[in-house]
Design a protein around this ligand. Structure first.
Ligand code: 5GP
Length: 117
């Protein structure tokens, strides 16, 4: 039995409306609905094939590179080019949506703020 489409697949298909901040043939980007930093964007491959960044890196490294490229260009636009790129991988690491995505965080982030419990 196939799994129900993830919230990100429903955004990719247009079922859930979102303001896109960037789009390529294979990737979309939009603001996180519950921001955890002054700038908190998500970069999401359109394909639902990969649950997390480990699967993506193994299955399609060029798509992972494209995610990073889109993150970088968004950061140039929204945070002056400096950013934190986070891929939560697994439930105990905070992953809630099992459709690979990168969090682009920026805007006066402090050293020593990674890994909050
Ligand atoms: P994860 O916890 O899997 O690393 O990240 C999932 C992220 O998706 C969370 O930061 C959450 O706020 C965000 N999110 C969940 N549902 C929606 C939605 O419908 N729209 C947007 N823009 N973000 C969402």
């Amino acid at each position: 039995m196939s799994e129900a489409p993830s919230v990100f697949s429903r955004i990719v298909s247009g079922e859930i409306p979102t303001t896109l901040l960037a789009e390529t043939d294979r990737v979309i980007a939009f603001a996180d609905i519950a921001p955890q930093a002054p700038v908190h964007l998500l970069v999401v491959p359109k394909t639902a094939e990969y649950r997390d960044v480990v699967e993506l890196a193994a299955g399609d490294p060029s798509l992972l590179a494209e995610v990073v490229e889109v993150a970088s260009s968004l950061a140039k636009e929204h945070t002056g080019g400096e950013f934190r790129l986070v891929f939560n991988t697994g439930e105990s690491a905070g992953q809630t949506v099992f459709h690979v995505h990168a969090h682009v965080l920026g805007g006066s982030l402090q050293e020593g703020t990674l890994g909050g419990a």
